[in-house]
Design a protein around this ligand. Structure first.
Ligand code: SF4
Length: 70
C-alpha cells in the first residue's frame, strides 16, 4: 500500500496535539486539535511547522504510529 502524499510536516509529526487525516485520494493532512480550544492555532497549520509554542512531544510520534499500525 502506498503512503499518502504530504510534504514533511515538521513538528506536527511528533506532537501529541495532532490528528492525521488521510484522504481516499492519497493526501495527508495534519489537524491541530489545539485549534478547538485556542483560536491562536490554525485548524490545519501550514506545514512544515518549524516552531510552535503549542508543541508537546508525543510519547510515540503519531506519524510513526500510523506507519507501523500500532
Ligand atoms: S500544537 Fe503546533 S506542532 Fe502541535 S499539532 Fe498544533 S500546530 Fe502542530
Amino acid at each position: 500500500m502506498t503512503q499518502p502524499y504530504s510534504p514533511p510536516p515538521g513538528l506536527c509529526a511528533a506532537c501529541e496535539n495532532v490528528k492525521i487525516i488521510d484522504t481516499r485520494k492519497g493526501s495527508r493532512f495534519y489537524l491541530c486539535q489545539l485549534a478547538e480550544v485556542d483560536a491562536r492555532f490554525p485548524r490545519y497549520p501550514r506545514i512544515p511547522v518549524l516552531r510552535c509554542h503549542g508543541f508537546r512531544e508525543a510519547e510515540v510520534p503519531v506519524a510513526a504510529e500510523m506507519e507501523t499500525g500500532d
